[in-house]
Design a protein around this ligand. Structure first.
Ligand SMILES: [Zn+2]
Length: 693
């Protein structure tokens, strides 16, 4: 894994050295590469690795005359001959073996797949595979995959459990700049064709928001927000006397979270969909999954942080209460189909993609979270390196506790890793603080507890201050994640999940106040959403005292009050002798006699004690013969999207998760195709000049 990741096996410079006559005895034409931003229609015929793709049928080039050298244009701007090509292609042939367990969608596979959307000018890799199953009823073509397949991309209106052999090609770092509908057609085995439809969405190149802050409540649904409000806000006769910050957002939408290969999604591919505008498969981030064994060579798509840096030079940051290498923060920069490769994911965040030519990404300006395992030298870090030192060597100040975080110079790039693993949840950090002593999570390593922990609020407000200073006129993008809403819902620990949701809301409130103080609230788009939901809801109240006293099952049922018997929330009723000093908008009593009766489905006949776990998080999962029971899993529900600031009206309505990317891109003016021309006119390196005729 590590070796594959670090190899520069496909970089163009090496290919140029290998370049010679092609298999067909002709030198590659430079036309295709010159004209790549315009690209269409384009035909690439099959061939063997390695060589530059060459054969363009001149008549297919919309902007050249037959027999003449193609003239390159990008958005009407002529390309100047003799300058560096803006894009490249190469072909790659893989070995014949495909893991038998790999699911294969059909004999002709092309990624990005049918129904893909693109931002104009967004870089992506295109991979084409032709599969020939060897065994069983699926056996085809004697197991010999067609190597002479061809693929065409045409702008419309312009021009199983078997051994399977694969022939494939990958075209790296290409882009489509003209908005419109495209048809991608793959022809193979002589008479077979599969077609995909792509859309390059028209997107503004005018920047309407200087900054974007994207808050993600991992796993957060409307039901959880409703329950958190019940716990944290006092109500009289059915009317709340105070509201959540989320309740005050001017625009609300709903997003559908389905992935490519399942309607229940996970946090990796859903985050990647939000950041790249491309749907993915479960466990994958920033790539379309192909069938090669290397988890770091799958065809990539550019993410919002990469595009924002490339076009506007903006800075970015990530804050989370999970390990910083966890899916939601990782997907901002990671390009791998295995979300669990935490060490390499941190390396990708710091240094960008180094095993292929890809958009330059020089690391976050703010990186706050848990997960010291990937920073301490050893088995958890990439190549065993000390990533505290790696970051420090690139100019980061490093803090490992709340005290040093608050003292960080806001003009410096900052890394903050505050514990091993995920953060202890808000309830343990603020109410049941004794529980912290049982953790073995010192960010410096070892088995001592991390006791001086910041919360999501302190980390996010500090991040805003740093990014505001460092982004300057170029602005910033910040992602801030409340990770344990999801993680505690998996544990079926609703109190801890809702405590973290209230902390999330409090963080959003404090962030808005900070933006106002900095004078940039009007220039900042704030979007709050989730990546997926859990099937949580409240169905009444539970008399925990009565329940604990009963031994007969039928009598226990009487402890659950539904409808009129659910009564009113006691979490906001002050009790003499109980005070947590957690401030307004949090419960004043976490242990009421009448607790919310909640579950992952609305079912009053379920059996449990409904009591808060004061001594630490629930451990509901029990393993029986290797199978786990009573764990929460992700659910189908659409999740809410709240928006305020420039472009807020784009976020009303019901839409897909990828649409959030395009809405943010519209607001940030990322449909900025002129950049291709800049690359087009850059001076070539000497060795590259020899490529041209
Ligand atoms: Zn989850």
């Amino acid at each position: 894994m590590a070796a594959n990741f670090s190899e520069r096996q496909h970089c163009p410079a090496q290919l140029e050295k290998q370049r010679g006559k092609t298999r067909h005895g002709r030198k590659p034409t430079s036309g295709l590469r010159h004209c790549f931003p315009s690209l269409l229609p384009l035909t690439c015929t099959g061939s063997l690795f390695p060589l530059w793709v060459h054969p363009l049928t001149p008549s297919l080039l919309p902007i050249s005359e037959a027999g003449k050298k193609p003239a390159c244009r990008n958005n009407g701007v002529p390309y100047q001959r003799g300058r560096r090509p803006p894009g490249r292609l190469h072909l790659r042939r893989l070995g014949p073996d495909l893991p038998a367990s790999r699911r294969v969608p059909g004999p002709g596979l092309r990624v990005p797949p049918d129904q893909s959307d693109f931002l104009p000018g967004q870089y992506f890799d295109l991979r084409v595979e032709v599969h020939a199953p060897v065994n069983g009823t699926e056996a085809f073509n004697n197991g010999v995959p067609d190597e002479e397949f061809s693929v065409t991309i045409t702008k419309k209106g312009g021009s199983a459990q078997s051994l399977i052999n694969v022939a494939s090609k990958i075209y790296r770092r290409i882009r489509l700049s003209d908005p419109g509908e495209y048809e991608v057609s793959l022809s193979y085995y002589g008479d077979k064709t599969t077609v995909a439809n792509w859309v390059v969405r028209p997107t503004s190149h005018r920047k309407k928001a200087k900054n974007v802050i994207f808050f993600i409540g991992d796993g957060m649904t409307t039901n959880m927000i409703t329950a958190a409000r019940l716990l944290g806000h006092r109500s009289i006769n059915g009317k709340y006397q105070s509201l959540m910050q989320l309740d005050k957002f001017p625009v609300l939408g709903h997003q559908m979270t389905h992935s490519i290969d399942s309607y229940i999604t996970d946090s990796a591919n859903s985050a990647a969909a939000l950041y790249s505008g491309h749907k993915g498969t479960v466990n994958a981030m920033g790539v379309y999954v192909d069938s090669s064994p290397d988890p770091f060579d799958d065809p990539k798509v550019e993410t919002i942080t990469e595009i924002l840096g490339r076009i506007w030079g903006s800075v970015w940051g990530a804050v989370t209460t999970a390990t910083i290498s966890d899916a939601t923060p990782a997907a901002l920069t990671a390009h791998t189909r295995q979300r669990g490769l935490y060490g390499p994911i941190v390396e990708q965040a710091l240094n960008g993609i180094t095993n292929y030519t890809w958009t330059e990404q020089n690391g976050p300006d703010v990186y706050f979270g848990g997960g010291a395992e990937q920073f301490l030298p050893g088995a958890g870090s990439y190549q065993g390196k000390d990533y505290y030192a790696e970051f420090a060597n690139k100019g980061y100040t490093v803090s490992t506790n709340k005290t040093s975080l608050l003292a960080v110079d806001p003009t410096e790039k900052a890394l903050g890793i505050f514990c091993q693993g995920n953060f202890p949840v808000w309830l343990d950090r603020n109410v049941y603080v004794e529980n912290l002593k049982a953790f073995k999570n010192n960010p410096a390593g070892g088995s001592d507890p991390a006791l001086d922990l910041p919360g999501l609020k302190e980390m996010t407000v500090k991040a805003v201050e740093i990014l505001h200073n460092r982004g300057g006129d170029k602005g910033f993008f910040l992602m801030s994640e409340a990770a344990s809403i999801d993680k505690q819902m998996h544990q079926l620990d609703y109190d801890r999940a809702l405590g973290d949701l209230l902390e999330f809301d409090d963080t959003i409130k404090a962030t808005i106040e900070k933006l106002e103080e900095l004078g940039v609230l009007d220039e900042t788009l704030i979007v709050v959403s989730a990546d997926h939901g859990h099937g949580f809801d409240v169905f009444g109240s539970a008399d925990t005292q009565y329940l604990a006293a009963q031994t007969e099952e039928r009598k226990k049922r009487r402890a659950i009050g539904t409808y009129a018997n659910s009564g009113l929330s006691q979490y906001t009723e002050e009790v003499p002798g109980i005070s947590y000093n957690t401030g307004a908008n949090f419960p004043v009593n976490w242990t009421p006699r009448y607790a919310i009766a909640a579950g992952v489905a609305a079912a009053p006949d379920r059996r449990e004690d409904f009591k808060i776990r004061e001594g630490g998080s629930r451990v509901p999962a029990s393993s029986v013969n290797g199978e786990y029971f009573s764990v929460g899993v992700h659910s189908l529900t659409d999740v809410p999207v709240f928006a305020m600031g420039p472009c807020q009206n784009l976020f009303g309505g019901v839409y897909n998760n990828v649409d959030i990317f395009y809405k943010m891109a519209e607001c940030l003016g990322l449909g900025h195709v002129g950049n291709a021309t800049e690359e087009c006119t850059a001076k070539p390196k000497k060795q590259k000049r020899t490529l041209r005729h």
